[in-house]
Design a protein around this ligand. Structure first.
Ligand code: ZN
Length: 86
């Protein structure tokens, strides 16, 4: 009976973390969409600037960092590098 409770508990923890991760990804995507249009996700001003861009090798994903000059919002995103030739 104890094992059943343990499995049930672990299942809830697992579902909770999966939902949390999905929510995190969704929020991250919305922020990236906003930045892609040139607007800060926090203060909605068009003061967002690219501060850092790092690629992990030739064809790997890139890490890009943005900063808002108006409210100080910073975030980094991992994006796929489309420009690499096949
Ligand atoms: Zn801002």
């Amino acid at each position: 009976m104890d094992a059943l409770y343990l499995i049930f508990f672990m299942l809830i923890v697992l579902i909770g973390s999966v939902l949390g991760y999905i929510y995190y990804l969704k929020e991250k995507k919305e922020q990236l969409d906003s930045i892609g249009r040139g607007f800060c996700p926090r203060c909605k001003q068009n003061t967002i600037v690219l501060i850092d861009k790092r690629s992990h090798g030739c064809c790997g994903p890139q890490t890009v960092s943005f900063e808002c000059e108006a409210c100080g919002y910073t975030n980094s995103f991992v994006v796929q590098n489309d420009s690499c030739g096949i």
